[in-house]
Design a binder for this molecule. Structure first.
Ligand code: KG4
Ligand code: ZN
Length: 335
């Protein structure tokens, strides 16, 4: 089964061709970050327009690289939510056009399910149940999956998403936008124990997260140091901030896996590209006897292959989406 995967929920236009669920024949991404950088965040109108310009050439490129034509596609999988409504609509319209013109199957995919299924591209689906941590620019969520495609949300952030916190602190430190990757790199030269930032909700006894207090603590610390005439070491600041986030993510994820008695943890979303998080999760998993799976780096951030992979799994179960479906900017995972 050959599936075209299309992802346009935020600021990356992404198209992939995936065979038999996890063989990636092509995976192209056109990033718009340069267009949004001077605004310090994603501007929805600019995102929609850029998707319109990028989608057709990217589809052509993905097919060419995969060595197939439109007629060789068995199905088209596309992100239908959550995300920016105008951005989602561009991908959905493109996907419908291909499906109608070629009579290929059509399947709508939840973006967060895509992030979770990205782990299966390398590892194939292990035996369920799983606990999944989805951490991206828009979400921070712990989910219990008793079986494939069934989701029970255990907890989520009550304020900022982890990626959002990374981006805000990176911006404050002058590291550009989106600053997660730059902060990750800088933190490698710093001491994670240099500054004791709060581990918000680490002991709250539930699986919710709060990240806005940490952000305020960083700003307050820097201001106080400056007022006292002391120099702040940027690498130590980055490493200590990152450690506070990672500590809570690791602690809650392992606790959830133990409570739910699952042997496999899946990590997905842009922040899973973070090296410290990957290392610490692997260590904690090994210690607890829990298998921790995460996607290779380029499949952590938004891409079309993860959408094709999640879509393929649904198609294989006989599912199809009515061609009249629209975008759902607030689509829930458990729906
Ligand atoms: O999954 P994604 O591409 O888009 C959303 O669905 O939101 O995630 C993007 C987020 C951004 O906030 C970005 O700064 C963050 O992932 N990110 C990172 C790293 N790479 C990307 N955060 C920390 N460390 C990284 N290495
Ligand atoms: Zn994403």
């Amino acid at each position: 089964m050959r599936v075209l995967g299309i992802e346009t929920s935020c600021d990356e236009t992404a198209v992939a061709v995936v065979e038999d669920g996890n063989i990636v024949l092509s995976n192209l991404i056109s990033s718009q970050t340069d267009l949004h950088a001077r605004f310090g965040g994603v501007v929805p109108e600019i995102a929609s327009r850029a998707h319109v310009e990028a989608l057709n050439p990217l589809m052509q490129g993905a097919l060419e690289q995969a060595g197939v034509g439109f007629r060789d596609l068995d199905a088209v999988a596309v992100t239908v939510g959550p995300g920016l409504v105008g951005a989602l609509l561009v991908g959905i319209a493109g996907a419908k056009a291909v499906a109608l013109a070629t009579r290929a199957g059509f399947i709508g995919v939840n973006h967060l399910e895509g992030h979770i299924y990205a782990s299966f591209i390398e590892h194939g689906p292990p035996e369920p149940p799983y606990v999944c941590l989805v951490i991206s620019g828009g979400h921070t969520m712990l989910v219990h999956m008793p079986e494939e495609h069934r989701y029970e949300v255990l907890g989520q952030t009550v304020d900022d998403a982890a990626g959002e916190a990374f981006d805000k602190i990176a911006r404050f430190m002058g590291l550009g936008f989106p600053g997660g990757p730059a902060l990750d790199k800088l933190a490698r030269e710093g001491d994670p124990r240099a500054i004791a930032f709060p581990r918000a909700m680490a002991d709250s006894g539930d699986y919710d997260f709060s990240l806005s207090g940490l952000k305020t603590a960083v700003l307050r610390y820097v201001k106080a140091e400056r007022t006292a005439g002391r120099r702040v070491n940027p690498a130590d600041l980055a490493a200590s901030f990152q450690e506070a986030i990672v500590d809570v993510q690791v602690g809650k994820t392992i606790a959830a896996a133990q409570e739910k008695r699952v042997g496999t943890v899946l990590l997905g979303g842009g922040v899973v590209a973070n090296r410290r998080l990957r290392d610490r999760m692997e260590e904690a998993g090994a210690e607890a006897g829990i298998r921790v799976l995460f996607p290779r780096l380029e499949l952590c951030t938004d891409n079309g292959a993860m959408i094709a992979c999640a879509g393929s799994s649904r198609l294989a179960r006989g599912e199809r989406t009515p061609i009249g479906i629209g975008a759902d900017p607030g689509l829930e995972l458990a729906s």
